[in-house]
Design a protein around this ligand. Structure first.
Ligand code: GLP
Length: 243
């Protein structure tokens, strides 16, 4: 694993955006696995800025997102498809047919997961998978459990994840309790994995995920078994790893 520790969030975002842009320059038709949450926002801003300057071209890039809330689609501001359009897809020259997320509007979980699994198989391995970390060490929406879920599946979100994600929902609007997410095998298929984390409230997660036991109780800990992981995190997120 390669670790880059940055002074702050902005530097973390720039470093991670540099790694993603290097991937796009080296392989213009690469498959990027993308993530949502607050952490990647600075990365997406930076990529959009470089695109506007003419330094990046997304015309052949294919994207596959990690997850989507069950029950939410483009009509909802809080869906991950809306997040991705607002923060990246509508700001760069990605082709609409080249961007992919699980279909949150399909309430038939079995069918929704099967169809996203088939799509991932058709697209092939991610050249680069971007990942944030949940406070409980989750990746995508793979919550702590007794075993690792391998493929795309429907999860019941833990209360701590629902609480953490409340900040993105207006008061009174319920946070969905279920989501469709890539499984651990879908994530580990990536040739390269880029994990980003910022702030002291991620310090426990970073320590457990990268320096603790490999266990489904900390889903991200499985990343220790992948042979090409880059962690880019700021001082705050790395603070407990120095002790
Ligand atoms: C959600 C997403 C994850 C993300 C995590 C952390 O649960 N499904 O993919 O990594 O939140 O989000 P944040 O970056 O906002 O802390």
């Amino acid at each position: 694993m390669r670790v880059y520790i940055t002074k702050n969030y902005d530097e973390m975002s720039r470093k991670a955006a540099n790694i993603i842009s290097a991937q796009i320059i080296l392989k213009p038709d690469c498959v990027l696995g993308l993530a949502t949450g607050a952490t990647p926002l600075g990365i997406y801003n930076q990529l959009a800025e470089w695109y506007n300057k003419g330094d990046l071209n997304f015309s052949e890039v294919i994207t596959i997102n990690l997850d989507e809330y069950r029950g939410l689609g483009a009509e909802s501001e809080q869906s991950y498809i809306s997040y991705m359009r607002k923060n990246l897809f509508d700001r760069v020259n990605l082709k609409s047919e080249n961007v992919h997320l699980p279909d949150g509007r399909n309430l038939d979980s079995v069918e929704a997961c099967k169809s996203y699994n088939n799509l991932l198989a058709k697209i092939g391995r991610q050249d680069l998978q971007l990942l944030g970390l949940g406070r409980n060490g989750h990746i995508g929406f793979n919550e702590p459990g007794e075993f690792f879920e391998k493929d795309v599946h429907c999860v019941e979100l833990t209360q701590s994840t629902v609480d953490a994600n409340k900040r993105f929902f207006e008061a009174g609007k319920e946070v969905p309790t279920h989501a469709y997410t890539m499984g651990i095998r879908s994530i580990l298929r990536a040739k390269k994995i880029l994990v980003v984390a910022s702030g002291e409230d991620k310090a426990d997660a970073v320590k457990k995920v990268f320096y603790g036991a490999v266990t489904p109780k900390v889903p991200g800990s499985i990343l220790q078994l992948h042979n090409d992981v880059i962690l880019v995190c700021d001082e705050g997120a790395f603070s407990k790893c120095r002790q």
